[in-house]
Design a protein around this ligand. Structure first.
Ligand code: SF4
Length: 309
């Protein structure tokens, strides 16, 4: 299954998810990852499936889709690690005639071939959580050989070469990348990259490393005021009411929880369903042993069993 949703998203309106790498195939092992730890961070781009099978699934689903704002490459890992990404982006545009977004950790943008693939997208949402190598190693725990200075240069090149919008995300983890020294380096990096928008986030869902803590809303607000580009705080879900209706609530919830934990209220908002209906579906999934509860910061999250730590 390569497609999930559509789901509403804070940044994308109604978005059809396109998942093009096996679960947790990633070049990083971020402390805050909501998918759990990466067993072996990798830099190897590979063909994971026949693109034809992907296009067949998309063509079958296309006539039944509600209106979407974006088709979005993200999901269970880093989409840049799919060696067919450029062709997949072009094919999706041809089939859906909708804007395409790629959510990426940006680590392979040092490679001109990767930048060519990404430049085809209408919207790029790369992330950058550190500007010094020391903090990069602590927050993102990268595959061997990745150097943050090179990645910043790659992101600046990508911004220059891409035809679509470029919104950079920084996720702040209390005590790890929110020091004045690191923020000063991040401001310089953002100035060099020149994104159309900067999005600030923090740890709001159960992370891979349970010691990863969020920065406070006040601190996030204060930090947002120090960047010289248009900056939005995206830490809380505040998306529009969804137009998408899940056809099969249990299957949609299951597919969503495979990718990230969520509260009942999150799921109800994302799937455009009544909270009581979502609660009923979660009860069924719990009875089947498919989901488990995680308590964090006074909230109850549901997680697909077997997902991460
Ligand atoms: S947060 Fe994204 S980039 Fe970081 S480990 Fe998870 S999937 Fe990879």
């Amino acid at each position: 299954m390569y497609l999930y949703g559509p789901v509403p998203s804070r940044r994308l309106g109604v978005s059809l998810g396109l998942d093009v790498v096996p679960r947790k195939t990633c070049s990083l092992n971020c402390v805050y990852c909501q998918l759990g730890p990466t067993a072996r961070p990798t830099l190897e781009r590979r063909r994971f499936f026949d693109p034809e099978a992907f296009f067949v699934e998309l063509q079958e689903k296309a006539p039944h889709l509600p209106p979407i704002d974006y088709a979005t490459f993200s999901g269970s890992g880093e989409p840049m690690l799919n060696a067919d990404l450029g062709g997949l982006v072009r094919g999706v545009k041809k089939i859906l005639h909708r804007p395409v977004c790629v959510i990426t950790n940006g680590t392979l943008t040092t490679d001109p071939a990767v930048r060519r693939d990404l430049a085809e997208a209408d919207l790029l949402l790369p992330s950058l959580d550190a500007a010094s190598q020391e903090v990069f190693l602590r927050v993102n725990r990268p595959a061997r050989g990745l150097v943050i200075a090179d990645i910043i240069a790659g992101l600046a090149e990508l911004k220059r070469e891409s035809r679509g919008l470029f919104h950079l995300e920084i996720l702040l983890v209390r005590g790890l990348n929110d020091s004045e020294d690191e923020l000063s380096l991040l401001r310089a990096a953002v100035g060099r990259i020149g994104p159309d928008e900067l999005h600030l986030n923090t740890v709001v869902r159960p992370p891979a490393d349970s010691s990863a803590r969020p920065v406070t809303p006040e601190r996030l607000n204060e930090i947002a005021g120090t960047f010289e580009v248009r900056t939005r705080i995206i830490a809380d879900y505040a998306g529009p009411v969804t137009r998408a209706r899940a056809l099969d609530l249990i299957a949609e919830i299951e597919a969503y929880l495979l990718r990230r934990p969520a509260t009942t209220a999150d799921l109800a908002a994302m799937l455009g369903r009544d909270e009581r209906a979502v609660q009923g579906a979660l009860k069924d999934l719990a009875a089947e042993g498919k989901v488990e509860l995680v308590h964090r910061d006074g909230k109850v999250f549901y997680r697909r069993k077997g997902n991460g730590s």
